[in-house]
Design a protein around this ligand. Structure first.
Ligand SMILES: [Fe+2]
Length: 719
């Protein structure tokens, strides 16, 4: 079984447990599923039968965390050395501790017994297998060691402990002892986690109070953080700090031409993606470099022979002589069945061809534009795209420094390094975790600041990013890359407007009818209208329904309540084909595709706002580059009209971005960005017909409108 399949079994069982039952030992049970589940034979769907009665340990029953002055680690100096150096440079003491010899105590507490019974009986009843004896062994080891580690850690005087792979069996008693002593436990990301790593994915509400979980997860990048927190409650139980990969690499993209195939062990049942290799070899007309798994080097010859038989020229690379990053930096394309090297390849902007959903899930979530299945391969997309490079697993000393400051709760220091005045918030944040009320307050303070700007000031900020047209592709593109936004004031002409205005009027009428009907849902041949999520939810569903979908946002006040999004509006109004064509025939795609050639226009949506006075505050749509091209369909010439408002240069990695990610890690939405560089805030004031190209991974918001003001915008999504 693949690790993600084992996780699916665990996830199904744990999902059946109501929130009211605390699971104290689930991290150890996750580990057991990962290593002990070999084969399942499904018998029935999991259903909770009320088979748990005991309450778990409440997190607040452990002592408060000590101020960190001394950090311990057990081994792994090579991996941890840069973080250790970082601690030392901050004046902290660091000490290496010794693991103790294994000891078992064949006793289980009632709660332990109960959790073992529950999970194992579910496995037996629903999946026809058992891991009871392995589970018990693990608990015996933990129970046998915890007292010894308690003494060792107490005597050591450490206030924090740092390591990787928290689910290594010897760590569970250590983590438990740390909780009893108020020692902060820090797990440093050690590899690519994906969305279904059994020990890093989808923590349920009732798991996150477990005393076997680290207090801090140190991740390599925002993408890695996203994988950890997606559909998970982990941030409610632990802090997440993006400090980067402690193993630095300085590789840059080296214009390599190699066609690299990373081979995964067939002995573990992973197939060779032969069709994919053949197709890429045919396109690239180059020999394929086979890179076997370092522990299964002997399989390379078999692959070589198979490829030869299929007419594909190949050679073998020694994974012990050349690192994966070096190898990727020399490649132009990478093929794998399901290896996470496909994610490392993102570091270099190299496309990967993959087979398994494990990688497909990443593409679905992040739209990297660099991960392809067999039927998506073509001559154009099998080249590196430096502009699509994603810093997934790189690290550097500066990132580590920021990670350590955040870890030591020195948030105001992280900010002050950037000449930012977080004002009283720097102090407030030091003492508490932020909540949505604070976010609204910070954003309101920023809105007051913007209202205080003079008209000339706003105009000047806009003029820095304004171009008369898209003729000078390189110049416009450079501005977009630098600032994240450009404005073209007179992009469409008055003639085109008569059609568009008819559409807007018709839409307004239809929406009025819908509102007065009191219904939540109305569907006709070409359009579905719904309030909130009456029928469809999530961007994927809304944007691929096959007809136009108008959605009225309800949600909470302050979250764009009342705004109407119309997805694929051109499916309901064929006259808008003209508008789509204007987008397509312009230089827009050239502007956004410098360095690669695959950008294309996707959905055409309309946004209608009328008197939406409480708009969502500054946020990023995601932390991956995501370009949209707006056209104002009504004049937006004063703040009262609710202009699109963008923070220039906020689309790239910066201290602000990291800081916002950190402060919003405990919020329902991790992409809130209340802290922005005020002097870079740009309300886009322009007349109807203006084009705005914007990278939505930068901080932006709709400025709150005044009552009675209307704004209509066309939005072309670009991929
Ligand atoms: Fe947004």
């Amino acid at each position: 079984m693949f690790a993600d399949e084992k996780f699916a079994v665990f996830d199904e069982i744990v999902s059946s447990v109501p929130d009211s039952y605390e699971l104290t030992y689930s991290p150890l049970i996750r580990e057991s599923f990962l290593f002990c589940l070999k084969e399942v034979n499904r018998k029935e769907v999991v259903a909770f039968k009320g088979s748990m009665t005991l309450s778990g340990v409440k997190p607040n029953s452990y002592p408060e965390k000590k101020v960190i002055k001394k950090v311990g680690y057990f081994f792994d100096e090579e991996f941890l050395k840069n973080i250790i150096k970082g601690f030392e440079s901050k004046g902290l003491e660091v000490e290496k501790l010794e693991l103790l010899p294994a000891k078992f105590k064949k006793v289980l507490s009632n709660k332990q017994k109960e959790e073992i019974d529950f999970f194992d009986s579910m496995l037996q009843e629903c999946f026809g297998t058992s891991i009871r004896s392995s589970l018990e062994e693990r608990f015996y080891l933990m129970n046998g060691m915890v007292a010894d580690y308690y003494n060792l850690l107490k005597n050591s005087g450490v206030d924090a402990l740092i390591f990787r792979v928290y689910y290594g069996l010897y760590y569970f008693p250590i983590i438990l002892a740390c909780k009893m002593l108020g020692i902060t436990v820090i797990d440093v990301q050690h590899g690519i986690n994906g969305f279904k790593h059994p020990c890093y994915s989808r923590f349920k509400k009732n798991e996150v109070g477990s005393p076997l979980l680290p207090d801090v997860f140190w991740t390599w990048s925002d993408m890695a953080t996203e994988m950890l927190i997606k559909d998970s409650h982990i941030a409610a139980g632990a802090s997440i700090v993006e400090g980067g990969n402690p193993i630095f690499s300085t590789h840059l993209h080296g214009k390599g031409k190699k066609v690299l195939y990373t081979h995964q062990p067939q002995s573990k049942g992973i197939p060779i993606p032969i069709e994919e290799i053949k197709r890429v070899a045919e396109i690239k007309k180059r020999e394929v470099v086979i890179r076997p798994h370092p522990l299964h080097v002997n399989e390379a010859k078999e692959v070589f022979d198979l490829l030869k038989k299929e007419g594909v020229k190949a050679k073998i690379e020694d994974p012990n002589k050349i690192t994966i990053n070096d190898s990727l930096s020399q490649s132009s394309v990478h093929i794998t069945y399901s290896s996470t090297c496909a994610l490392d390849a993102l570091n270099f902007g190299i496309p990967s061809v993959y087979c398994h959903d494990y990688i497909g899930d990443v593409e679905k979530e992040f739209a990297t534009g660099l991960l392809f299945k067999l039927d998506e391969i073509n001559k154009k997309n099998m080249f590196p795209s430096p502009s699509k490079r994603v810093d997934y697993s790189f690290g550097n000393a500066e990132k580590i420094g920021v990670g350590i400051k955040l870890l030591l709760n020195q948030k105001e220091e992280v900010l002050s390094g950037h000449d930012v005045n977080a004002g009283r918030w720097g102090y407030v944040l030091k003492n508490k975790k932020i909540d949505m009320t604070d976010i609204v307050e910070i954003n309101n303070e920023t809105v007051d600041y913007i209202r205080g700007l003079s008209f000339l000031d706003i105009k000047e900020r806009c003029s820095e990013i304004t171009f008369a047209n898209l003729d000078d592709v390189e110049k416009v593109s450079a501005c977009l890359d630098k600032t994240g936004i450009v404005i073209i004031p007179e992009f469409i002409t008055k003639e085109v407007f008569s059609d568009i205005e008819k559409v807007i009027n018709d839409l307004n009428e239809r929406m009025q009818c819908f509102f007065s009907s009191g219904k939540n849902l109305e569907e006709s041949e070409k359009m579905l209208i719904q309030k909130d999520v009456a029928k469809l939810s999530g961007y994927d569903q809304l944007s691929s329904y096959g007809k136009a979908v108008a959605q009225v946002r309800l949600g909470k006040v302050g979250q764009d309540r009342g705004m109407i999004d119309i997805f694929n509006v051109d499916l309901a109004y064929p006259s808008l084909k003209k508008l789509r064509k204007i987008y397509e025939d312009s230089n827009l795609l050239r502007v956004v595709s410098i360095g690669d050639t695959f950008a294309s226009c996707k959905n055409l949506n309309f946004y209608l706002n009328e008197g939406v006075t409480e708009t969502r505050g500054f946020h990023a749509d995601s932390y991956r580059p995501q370009l949209k091209a707006f056209i104002y369909l009504t004049d937006c010439i004063s703040l009262e009209d609710g202009p699109y408002t963008y923070v220039q240069e906020s689309h790239k990695d910066s201290k602000y971005r990291r800081f916002n990610i950190d402060v919003s890690s405990v919020l329902p939405n991790r992409t809130e960005a209340p802290f922005v560089e005020k002097e870079k805030i740009t309300p886009v004031m322009a007349k109807k017909g203006a084009l705005v190209i914007s990278d939505q991974s930068g901080f932006h918001r709709g400025f709150p409108q005044n009552k009675g003001h209307r704004r209509a915008v066309a939005v072309m999504n670009i991929r």
